[in-house]
Design a protein around this ligand. Structure first.
Ligand SMILES: *[C@@H]1O[C@H](CO)[C@@H](O)[C@H](O)[C@H]1NC(C)=O
Length: 256
């Protein structure tokens, strides 16, 4: 029985982008939120300072944000007053609207949720327009506290830690069609560029979604990542690397 469980876990991890046992390094910056996508890494610390990884050095960016995101949709962030900013030419440009969490990992679209857990997105045409007035958020029915997209679709969690997948999201039709409830319980969820889905539950354990393919973007089951990784509050995956923030404030960079 135990052996069967271990073998199924080993089979699942490659589907989560991890092919061998994880080894982790502790990064010097104590970050409270991090997003890795498309080869880039951005994070913020508890006082709102913004960092990006350049080679092996964390470089501080101007400004102050509570949440930052990087992806095919660009680099965006929200501050502690829920104002939204987009990085344009090295400067944060104020964007209309108010959000508490934002994600640019989808196919050139941007999604986010506001302080009432209302859900919004902007399609590719609007996200990449040079004109501020062209930027229009599309409201999506439902309530989520965290919403994230990759090339194989968008995933969210609500205030009860229930998990939902959004069907038929495309760069031009970012609202998609309908929610599908996915069994499980997570308090945050991040979708990697290639479609890998990682999340953290209330107890601080990391899970990845196994069985995701283009034909079955919802996948088949949640696989616990590692028994050694506990007291986690945030995770982001990109190109074989996991960025993990612990409840005690450590930033871990793990490779499989
Ligand atoms: C956040 O970053 C700033 C700038 O590097 C630093 O002065 C501050 O001590 C950091 N805060 C924490 C809690 O690490």
């Amino acid at each position: 029985m135990m052996r069967a469980l271990c073998e199924s876990l080993l089979l699942l991890l490659p589907m989560c982008g991890i092919t061998s046992a994880l080894s982790c390094n502790v990064a010097p910056e104590m970050l409270t939120q991090i997003d890795a996508s498309n080869g880039q890494v951005f994070g913020v610390n508890v006082t709102g300072n913004i960092y990006t990884l350049y080679g092996t050095t964390w470089v501080q960016l101007p400004g102050a944000l509570a949440h930052v995101t990087v992806g095919l949709g660009g680099v965006w962030g929200v501050d502690s007053k829920h104002n939204i900013f987009k990085l344009v030419g090295g400067n944060w440009r104020l964007v209309p609207g108010l959000l508490k969490q934002i994600d640019a990992g989808g196919s050139q679209l941007v999604v986010g949720v506001n302080m009432y857990d209302d859900i919004y997105c902007i399609p590719k045409s609007s996200a990449f327009s040079a004109h501020r007035s062209d930027l229009r958020w599309v409201h999506i029915a439902g309530k989520l506290k965290y919403y994230s997209c990759g090339l194989l679709g968008c995933w969210g969690v609500n205030s009860a830690d229930e998990i939902y997948y959004r069907h038929s999201v495309t760069p031009d039709s970012c609202a998609g069609s309908r929610w599908e409830h996915v069994p499980g319980s997570l308090s945050m969820i991040e979708v990697g560029t290639e479609g890998n889905v990682y999340g953290v539950n209330r107890d601080g354990n990391i899970f990845c979604r196994g069985g995701i393919t283009a034909a079955n973007p919802i996948g088949t089951m949640w696989a616990p990542l590692s028994n050694d990784l506990r007291e986690i509050k945030h995770v982001s995956y990109d190109l074989g690397q996991l960025w993990i923030l612990t409840k005690e404030g450590k930033t871990l960079n793990c490779k499989g």
